[in-house]
Design a protein around this ligand. Structure first.
Ligand code: AMP
Ligand code: ZN
Length: 120
């Protein structure tokens, strides 16, 4: 098992590999975006790197541009779905206190309703 792929045990690596079905929204050589199975807003998309990275704590300097790419992909999906002007939210949860449950870095894109702040 390489550090780039963790298909034996990681849910999102398995989705990226096509082993578990997901509704893919957009993908390229570095990232995959798919519908969250338990949506918290009319738009709830997860944008994940193809490379397995457990949490933001594991991010290296070399991977910083990759995170920018995830954010740009989320922005493009938000724009495509007409949320750009009204607004939308992008969130990375990191570890237990933030509620991270899948340990493959993922950016939540939430849009299509008014979102309260601060989050719970
Ligand atoms: P987090 O709590 O930040 O780790 O977010 C994990 C997200 O993954 C949650 O919003 C889940 O609803 C979502 N999720 C879990 N399993 C799947 C799946 N098989 N396909 C799509 N989304 C999933
Ligand atoms: Zn993974």
């Amino acid at each position: 098992m390489s550090e780039d792929s963790n298909t034996a045990s990681c849910l999102f690596c398995r989705i990226i590999a096509g082993e578990i079905p997901a509704k893919i929204v957009r993908q390229d050589d570095r990232a995959v975006a798919f519908e969250d199975v338990n949506p918290q807003a009319p738009t709830h998309v997860l944008v994940v790197p193809r490379q397995h990275i457990g949490t933001l704590n594991d991010l290296t300097v070399q991977q910083e541009a990759l995170v920018g790419h995830l954010i740009a992909m989320a922005r493009d999906i938000a724009r495509e779905r007409g949320h750009a002007e009204a607004g939308y939210r992008t969130v990375f949860n990191c570890n237990a206190a933030a509620g991270q449950t899948v340990f493959h870095v993922h950016l939540h894109l939430l849009g299509g309703r008014t979102l309260s702040w601060p989050p719970g």
